[in-house]
Design a protein. Structure first.
Length: 128
């Protein structure tokens, strides 16, 4: 059940029904090859599963391109580069004097400390 490799132009030349039949054949062959590999048998050609998967992907891609209307359109031209705007000279404006910033309030220098072990209730019981 060896199927011939189809190039993209050949796939595009096929009608929808032929493509669907080809997909069905390829998917059947892929199931067969995966079954042989799962049972521990070595396939006659090791790259056949990959080739079948790629062939299925080609057919589906071409179908999607036709459905979206991507193929056969002229490529869009890139937009023309924007012309640089002419800069007008700015009128001289007097600079505002900056006011000095107010100093931020300082945080207290001494960090808050945790109560020492002597002040905890457990420490009192040990001392007594």
């Amino acid at each position: 059940m060896t199927l011939a490799y189809l190039k993209p132009p050949e796939i595009r030349g096929m009608n929808h029904e032929d493509r669907q039949a080809r997909l069905k054949e390829l998917r059947g062959e892929l199931i067969h090859e995966r079954g042989v590999a799962a049972m521990g048998g070595s396939p006659p050609s090791p790259g056949k599963i990959r080739q079948i998967r790629r062939q299925i992907a080609r057919i589906l891609t071409i179908q999607n391109e036709e459905w979206l209307g991507v193929r056969g359109q002229k490529p869009k031209k890139a937009p023309a580069p924007a012309k640089p705007k002419e800069q007008k000279p700015k009128a001289a404006t007097p600079k505002k004097e900056s006011k000095p910033k107010a100093a931020a309030p300082k945080k207290s220098e001494a960090p808050k400390s945790r109560p020492s072990a002597a002040k905890t209730p457990k420490a009192k019981h040990k001392e007594a």
